[in-house]
Design a binder for this molecule. Structure first.
Ligand code: BG6
Ligand code: MG
Length: 215
């Protein structure tokens, strides 16, 4: 990694910028209880970074259950309604992970381009509710993409919108699938939390402020 070549930083959202992870877990848990499905923290870890639909597919596979398309759509809708209700009620700047604001303002000062690369379809809502929306040059999210991480699509779109070559982009991720996606895009992968334990992670971060030591 050559520091001088880095032009853009693409942040995952859930689990990197903001700790919405617990709200996702609670919403899936509510669905699991209602439909008598086995769901626990270890299954929940497998949902990190993957789309809403693929998350449900993972839960159904764990339970060896197959449902019709109509039932799947209904459950996805219910899960999102639970999730959104919690965000409306509880989400605030207090959910931002430590160092977010300092890192973003320092990166701006250093003239890096900054983007979001998230599988979430709720990314814009979350960024607006936590007053971060205007800090990003580009938002590539679950509404733009056909394929979810580990497919690189969401990061490819971010780089394209930023007008930066993939190899000059750093991705900050907390999910295994996100690290895979960043490497599949030919980008530099910084891993935080669970993503520190991936062989493909280029730089392991204990916290967001450590980004500033590497760029
Ligand atoms: C990712 C989360 O950022 O977004 C996943 O890590 C989640 O857990 C995915 O399933 C989709 O989110 P949403 O908000 O579109 O349901
Ligand atoms: Mg994440």
């Amino acid at each position: 990694m050559n520091k001088k070549n880095i032009e853009a930083i693409i942040f995952d959202l859930d689990g990197v910028i903001i700790s919405t992870d617990e709200y996702h877990y609670l919403a899936w848990k509510k669905i699991a209880i209602a439909y008598k499905l086995n769901f626990n923290r270890s299954i929940n870890e497998k949902l990190r970074g993957v789309s809403r639909r693929e998350s449900l597919e993972i839960i159904l596979k764990e339970n060896q259950i197959q449902l019709s398309e109509a039932e799947i759509k209904h459950m996805l809708n219910e899960k999102n309604n639970f999730y959104i209700k919690m965000l409306e009620q509880y989400l605030s700047e207090a959910d931002l992970l430590p160092g977010v604001k300092e890192v973003l303002s320092k990166l701006k000062q250093l003239k890096y381009k900054i983007a979001i690369g998230s599988s979430s379809k709720n990314a814009k809502y979350i960024l607006k509710k936590t007053n971060l929306f205007d800090l990003f040059d580009v938002i590539s999210d679950g509404n733009n993409i056909k394929y979810s991480k580990p497919n690189p699509e969401v990061f490819n779109i971010a780089a394209k919108l930023l007008n930066v070559k993939n190899k000059y982009c750093v991705v900050i991720e907390d999910a295994q699938s996100g690290i895979e996606a960043a490497k599949n895009a030919g980008m530099i992968a910084f891993g935080i939390g669970d993503a520190q334990n991936n062989d493909k992670t280029d730089i392991k971060l204990n916290n967001l402020l450590e980004i500033l030591d590497y760029i």
